[in-house]
Ligand binder design. Sequence first.
Ligand code: GTP
Ligand code: MG
Length: 199
Amino acid sequence: MRSTNSEGRYLSPGVDQSLKVVVLGPFGVGKTTLVRAVSEIRPTSTEERMTKAGEAVDTLQGLSDKTTTTVALDFGRLTLTDDLVLYLFGGPGQTRFSFMIDELMQGALGGVVLVDTARITESWDAMERMEEAGLPYAVAVNTFAASPRYGEAELRRALDLDPSTPLVECDVRYRESAKTVLIALVSHLLSRLSLEPAS
Ligand SMILES: Nc1nc2c(ncn2[C@@H]2O[C@H](COP(=O)(O)OP(=O)(O)OP(=O)(O)O)[C@@H](O)[C@H]2O)c(=O)[nH]1
Ligand SMILES: [Mg+2]
């Protein structure tokens, strides 16, 4: 029988539910960092070095240590409870790769939209995609030190968030912080399920 080894490579035997979750947001907001921080398996990434030729389109304001960008997807896995595993798919942030996102969203049951408060409006596209796909999502502010801080009410207004959509703050570089985003999403999905009329 397979069981979780020290690297967490295999699924626990009790896991009988899985959820596909997509992580979207603008260029450099921290999607790859989030998937890497929480994944219990070695995450799959499709990072390519950004080139001199891309400088005109790859805006690096505030991201001076960023040297690569996702060209297709990030993939990771997180066993959240004894019986529930999340399969995480991070998308590319650059608009020229956005055709990938519809593919990534196929079969997803929930999503995370990451926000940098220095450029809130850049997350609208990801939110719109979730809404068009009818996919419940949580919004997570990745707190960059140089970005302004806002109160929850102000943020909700700026994002035009539905009152039921979870909004959390996190630092995606840290596993426990990044996990709070996924816990908020799963709680949201469960509360929606419990509101659905039984068939
Ligand atoms: N200061 C700070 N830096 C962060 C934080 N999160 C990520 N970074 C850094 O910001 C950069 C962006 O990270 P990525 O995870 O590559 O962003 P991405 O959204 O996957 O980017 P693309 O795939 O290119 O769209 C990296 O250099 C991270 O080390 C954060 O919370 N605070
Ligand atoms: Mg990335």
